[in-house]
Design a protein around this ligand. Structure first.
Ligand code: PLP
Length: 403
């Protein structure tokens, strides 16, 4: 694989793990096949046993999926990457690979709602307990550690309130306790944050979001070292099988080519939308790490990547903006229902701006007390800023705010 070490980041997204078949196609081929053929029985036996390299069966070896994995690994700065059927299957595969009954997880209390449900409703049935803490409170993470704590799990910025956790500090807390730090890097993508370089042990992606970028396919990925990911997670996937479809891998591979440009545009528009929302009557509070009153504004400045090359390029704060409106659920629903262009949907990381009421959708199945502890109120609205003109996004939101 021609992958010079000194390639710039955008080049990695376009060219890393590029390959072509004997047909010399320029756009990568899709290997939409469940199995692969052998010349003879002896070769089949050798490849199955791992004594000879080669593809066997697309549950665990597929060239299109492998190209996506290698490109994303290069972008995250990891040795190994495994593609999965969805972001949730990436998280499940990681947990099932690394945990056993009697183990304990410390996790941020403001994770993606389904990740909280996975811990509370499914892992708990297999004897794995999870403690939830405020993501930015390092002392709380330390205090929640137990002798059987194996994993720390965090999203930063998190969904939907955009809290920022200090990845370096959490890696130190984890490693002092002989535990691993896992970072769900869905919101910033490797373009703007590479958690492995900050000390994290594993990175999780929902490829469904920004990596696809157009809301078409479900997928996920786990990135880390070749022992834990390349061997152990791979082994779990081979046996349990929540694998990525080759077609979806092809869509994500193309998505990675434009990821740098798209992330820059999402962040620029989100910042402008956040500043605009701060000025609007009827808006009580705006959550965006780029605002000076955000509690981890300084941490974001230190930890996040920049929108362009050079030290003077502005810091990236992500494409998600959440805000609270005056009044309760009714007021929030009024703003949502007044929009004509924005998509009322739970997806994010799309070219099209999406608007969501977290308390009744993405976090609707999280128990009320846990939701309150996480600070997700009934008057909260989440916007995942797309690639439309930001003036049009503001105008669409203004309809419901004026009322
Ligand atoms: C969407 C999402 C997931 C789950 O990914 P799916 O592809 O929907 O399974 C996990 N973490 C975060 C932060 C997400 O936004």
């Amino acid at each position: 694989m021609n992958e010079p070490k000194d390639w710039g980041f955008a080049t990695l997204g376009v060219r890393a793990a590029e390959s072509r078949s004997a047909e010399r196609e320029h756009s990568p081929a899709i290997h939409l096949t469940s199995s692969f053929v052998f010349d003879n029985a002896a070769q089949a036996a050798a490849v199955f046993a791992g004594q000879e390299p080669g593809n066997v069966y697309s549950r665990f070896t597929n060239p299109t999926v492998r190209a996506f994995e290698q490109r994303l690994a290069a972008m995250e700065g990891g040795d190994s990457c495994i593609g999965t059927a969805s972001g949730m299957s990436a998280i499940l595969a990681t947990f099932m690979t690394l945990l056993r009954a009697g183990d304990h997880i410390v996790a941020s209390q403001t994770l993606f709602g389904t990740t909280i449900n996975l811990c509370n409703n499914i892992l708990s049935r297999f004897g794995v307990e999870t403690s939830f803490v405020a993501p930015a409170d390092i002392a709380a993470w330390r205090a929640a550690l137990r002798p059987n704590t194996k994993l720390l799990f965090v999203e930063t910025p998190n969904n939907p309130l955009t809290d920022i956790a200090d990845i370096r500090a959490l890696a130190d807390v984890a490693h002092a306790a002989h535990a691993l730090l896992i970072v769900d890097n869905c919101f910033l993508t490797p373009v703007l944050q590479q958690p492995l370089k900050l000390g994290a042990d594993l990175v999780i992606h929902s490829a469904t979001k920004y990596l696809d970028g157009q809301g078409r396919c479900m997928g996920g990925a786990v990135i880390g070292d070749s022992e834990r990911v390349g061997k152990d997670v791979f082994g779990f996937m081979r046996t349990a099988g929540p694998s990525m479809s080759p077609f979806n891998a092809w869509v994500f591979l193309k998505g990675l080519e434009t990821l740098s440009l798209r992330m820059r545009a999402h962040c620029e528009s989100a910042h402008r939308l956040a500043l605009w929302l701060c000025e609007q009557p009827g808006v009580e509070h705006v959550y965006y790490p780029g605002l000076p009153d955000h509690p981890q504004h300084a941490l974001a400045q230190a930890q996040h990547g920049r929108l362009g090359d050079g030290p003077d390029a502005p810091v990236a704060y992500g494409g998600i903006v959440s805000f609270e409106v005056e009044g309760g659920r009714e007021a929030a629903w009024r703003v949502i229902d007044a929009t004509r262009m924005l998509s009322i949907t739970a997806n994010l990381g799309d070219t099209r701006t999406t608007i969501t009421h977290p308390a009744t959708t993405t976090h609707g199945r999280v128990p009320v007390e846990a939701r309150a502890r996480a600070g997700i109120k009934e008057n909260l609205i989440r916007i995942a800023v797309g690639l439309e003109n930001v003036e049009d996004i503001c105008a669409d939101l203004a309809r419901g705010l004026r009322g």
